[in-house]
Design a protein around this ligand. Structure first.
Ligand SMILES: *[C@@H]1O[C@H](CO)[C@@H](O)[C@H](O)[C@H]1NC(C)=O
Ligand SMILES: *[C@@H]1O[C@H](CO)[C@@H](O)[C@H](O)[C@H]1NC(C)=O
Ligand SMILES: *[C@@H]1O[C@H](CO)[C@@H](O)[C@H](O)[C@H]1NC(C)=O
Length: 417
């Protein structure tokens, strides 16, 4: 006979319902205290107190354009929720925010960004007392924030010691890179760790592993990986895996990027274009194969074109994706600048003109016709610097009217770093 521990089943059931609704209520009404609100008086202390400080620069809506305000408002509850979830994980990650538009906090933005803050919200991560600084380029919903931040704080590569670890750790739906090393030392291993760390910060959802036993790695039917240091990239599409034995830092990065782009995008026998959209009045303009000539190449304006593989989005390469619509909003009232996006999976463009390197390839077609590819960092701030450095003025007297925060100086002056 089962000994009665506490309750009849209906009591237990009612208890569970109560508990669940309590948890739900707590989840829906997260008190604000999980996000630290900082200002100039306590910023330095917070940076030295917390080893992994996630800092959001926001601004009150009255200081922002309507659409930038929308981005700030959309982030707010997700950010709070993420901070609360992280606190339940007893994570060392601390989330904070600071009003970047307040006069007394300006010095902090200047110190961090080396130029005036120009768009909100912007999230950065400060580590080691502020000595290490990274832009956060990951997803901005609560779940995405939690997963990405927890990934960023963990070691860049995880060791696989057993076959069952290989099974549980390697996710079939994602791109994983496995390094095989006889010993976890030496230049190859150091280069691998460096690239794992770099790719993690740039793209944040790749998985890196290392092992000393090549036979543990999936899809090794041919046993082609010997005892020499080697790399295997596993992917859920096309040829499923690609190997390399080149451990030069730069080459490894190119190998990973190249192998990550689905083949369908690389080879295309027939010209194709989506229909030219009837309306195109969002800040971010849609360019298709048939409108490339008119909207980009022959345009009298400066056009930033994001050549996009939407199919990359599931596999880790989201790089510029979240920034582009924000840039479009930022430049909406600037008559000389157009921010546009073209879906390369459904639209062809002249490949001799555009070198497609990545899931998001950015080009600026300047007003004078020059075509420049963007090779800078994947941050909004760097793209803005690039646009402002290379834009050509159509009319000497036209002053770009960029809807930024305003306090002092012309918009141009503020872009100089
Ligand atoms: C920082 O100081 C401001 C007031 O100057 C205060 O509102 C805020 O709560 C402080 N934050 C922390 C984490 O102490
Ligand atoms: C931002 O708004 C506050 C309150 O409306 C105002 O005091 C402050 O001067 C504004 N800052 C800027 C840079 O416009
Ligand atoms: C490690 O990377 C550096 C920089 O690319 C390169 O000079 C060096 O040869 C690499 N080492 C190995 C063993 O490939």
């Amino acid at each position: 006979m089962v000994r009665r521990l506490c309750c009849r089943s209906e009591e237990l059931f009612a208890g569970i319902i109560l508990l669940t609704s309590f948890i739900n209520a707590a989840y829906l009404q997260i008190p604000g205290e999980y996000v630290l609100t900082l200002d100039h008086s306590n910023f330095t202390q917070a940076v030295s107190d917390h080893n992994f400080l996630v800092l959001q620069f926001y601004a009150p809506c009255e200081n922002l354009t309507k659409l930038l305000c929308k981005f700030v408002e959309e982030l707010e509850p997700e950010y709070e929720k993420a901070a609360w979830v992280l606190s339940t994980h007893e994570s060392p990650i601390v989330m904070a925010k600071i009003d970047g538009s307040a006069q007394e906090n300006k010095e902090i933005s200047r110190e961090i960004f080396k130029f005036e803050m120009i768009s909100y919200p912007t999230i950065v991560i400060l580590q080691n007392g502020g000595r290490d600084f990274h832009y956060y380029a990951g997803p901005r919903d609560a779940d995405g924030l939690v997963t990405t931040l927890e990934r960023l704080i963990s070691p860049p590569s995880i060791e696989i010691k057993t076959a069952s670890e290989a099974l549980t750790l390697i996710d079939d739906e994602k791109i994983s890179i496995v390094g095989i090393f006889p010993t976890f030392s030496g230049e190859e291993f150091e280069n691998f760790t460096a690239i794992a760390n770099q790719v993690l910060w740039d793209y944040w959802d790749y998985d890196f592993f290392h092992t000393s036993d090549a036979s543990l790695i999936p899809r090794d039917e041919s046993s082609s990986l010997t005892t020499k240091p080697a790399l295997r990239l596993l992917k859920p599409f096309d040829e499923l895996f690609v190997d390399s034995q080149n451990f030069h830092v730069r080459d490894m990065e190119n190998f990973i990027i190249e192998a990550s782009i689905p083949l369908e995008g690389k080879l295309k026998p027939f010209y194709k274009s989506q229909p030219i959209p009837e309306t195109n009045d969002e800040p971010l303009k849609v360019v298709v194969g048939d409108s490339l000539q008119d909207m980009v190449l022959n345009s009298k304006k400066n056009v930033l074109l994001d050549i996009d593989y939407p199919s990359c989005s599931g596999i880790g390469f989201r790089k510029f994706a979240p920034f582009i619509p924000e840039l479009a909003v930022l430049y909406e009232n600037d008559d000389d600048i157009v921010i546009a996006r073209l879906d390369i999976t459904t639209n062809d463009i002249p490949r001799e003109m555009f070198d497609i390197m990545d899931c998001h390839t950015l080009y600026l077609k300047a007003a004078n016709g020059a075509l420049l590819s963007y090779n800078g960092d994947q941050t909004k701030e760097d793209i803005i610097k690039f646009i402002n450095k290379n834009r050509q003025s159509l009319n000497e007297n036209s002053m770009p009217d960029i809807p930024l925060m305003t306090d002092t100086g012309s918009p141009h002056a503020r872009f100089m770093s």
